[in-house]
Every structure is written in structure tokens, then in C-alpha cells.
Design a binder for this molecule. Sequence first.
Ligand code: PRE
Length: 94
Amino acid sequence: MPDETLNRFRQSIDNIDAALIHMLAERFKVTQAVGAYKATHNLPPADPTREDAQIARLRALAKQADLDPEFSEKFLRFIIDEVIRHHERLRDAI
Ligand SMILES: O=C(O)C(=O)C[C@]1(C(=O)O)C=C[C@@H](O)C=C1
């Protein structure tokens, strides 16, 4: 038997998941350009000072939005670690 309420929730979840994928795709497009820039200008793949600032900012935003700051930090850490791997690959390809 179709559950209309559950279906409506799930449609909304599907829209949000699609938005997340599109936002991540845009973010990785920009970070690929950053990685190419860093590789050609001899800049290190990782910038821990910048990361600390990003994490502090995101934790504050998460608190305001009633989202778990620990989860937010882990999520950003996961993305940044992948970006750094991409940067290293670009650097090593030169
Ligand atoms: O801002 C940079 O320098 C980047 O390379 C981007 C980025 C990020 O994904 O936000 C990734 C690696 C750095 O350690 C810091 C930030």
C-alpha cells in the first residue's frame, strides 16, 4: 500500500541529495583549478592554517543551523582530505 506521507518526505530527501551532489561537483571543479594553480606555482597541496579557519567557521555555522558540529567537521575533513589527494596527484603529474 503506497504511503503518501513517506513518499513526500522521500521526494524532498531526493531533491536535497541531488543538490548536495551538484554542490559537491561545483566545489571539486574549483578545487581542481586550485590544485592546478598550486602545482604550477610550487605551492603545497595542503594549507593547515586555512583548514583550521574553515573548520572553525563551519562549526559555528553548524551550531547556528542546529546541526552537529562534530559531524560537520568530519564531513569537511573527509572532503578536504580527498581534495588534498587530488592536489598531490596533480603535483606528481608535473
Ligand atoms: O584553499 C586551498 O588552498 C585549497 O587547496 C582548498 C582546500 C579545500 O578543499 O577547501 C583544500 C586543501 C587545503 O588544505 C585547504 C583548503
